[in-house]
Write a protein of this length. Structure first.
Length: 196
């Protein structure tokens, strides 16, 4: 069963948050009656509730300490809380580095069961530059070639998940020249899963 969830994904610093902020200008429901859930932040909050001794958890360390079964259970609880909304946007990473390897978790995708995937992509050089500007994060270092590979892996994982789950799939290019177009695509995808 696909839920009225738009899963926005892409590599770290590809511009997911930025484009979602821009999409709010296109559809006032985005961020209010159609909430945006940062999956990693929600997972960290749930884990902190469950394990007070792990209070040093953050979005950059969580993938190194969480088993797939634990992650699936936590995600299931987060998604269950979204049923009170007509639709929701889940902002997260379908592919991530875990112990030095790129992985994806189809079981977590099945728990989310989105109506559609929006995959934000950008030029790897731009992503590297944007990461350099974000001093508040402690990301694993990736070369431009590694970012390109990670992004290709993410696109392929999202395409496979969408096909398996019968969900829609949209690639959204993020660059300074097409911000309006990209945010309109996101807003349109929200309207498709939750008509006004």
């Amino acid at each position: 069963m696909n839920r009225n969830i738009l899963l926005v994904t892409g590599v770290s610093a590809s511009g997911k948050d930025y484009l979602l902020e821009q999409a709010k200008r296109q559809d006032e429901r985005i961020g209010t009656s159609v909430p945006i859930v940062s999956m990693v932040s929600a997972i960290v909050a749930k884990m902190r509730q469950q394990q007070a001794e792990e209070s040093n958890l953050d979005r950059d360390r969580i993938k190194h300490i969480t088993s797939n079964d634990v992650m699936r259970g936590i995600v299931k609880g987060i998604v269950a809380e979204l049923v009170k909304y007509p639709a929701a946007i889940v902002n997260g990473h379908i592919a991530y580095r875990q112990q030095g390897q790129l992985v994806s978790n189809p079981d977590v995708d099945a728990e989310i069961s989105p109506t559609a995937y929006a995959v934000v992509v950008a030029e790897p050089r731009d992503i590297a530059a944007w990461r350099g500007l974000d001093t508040g994060r402690v990301r694993e270092t990736e070369t431009i070639d590694q970012i390109a590979y990670h992004q290709d892996f993410t696109v392929q994982a999202a395409e496979r998940a969408a096909a398996t789950l019968g969900a829609g799939f949209q690639l959204i290019e993020n660059n300074p020249e097409n911000t309006l177009t990209s945010s309109l695509i996101l807003a349109t995808m929200v309207t498709e899963i939750c008509p006004k």
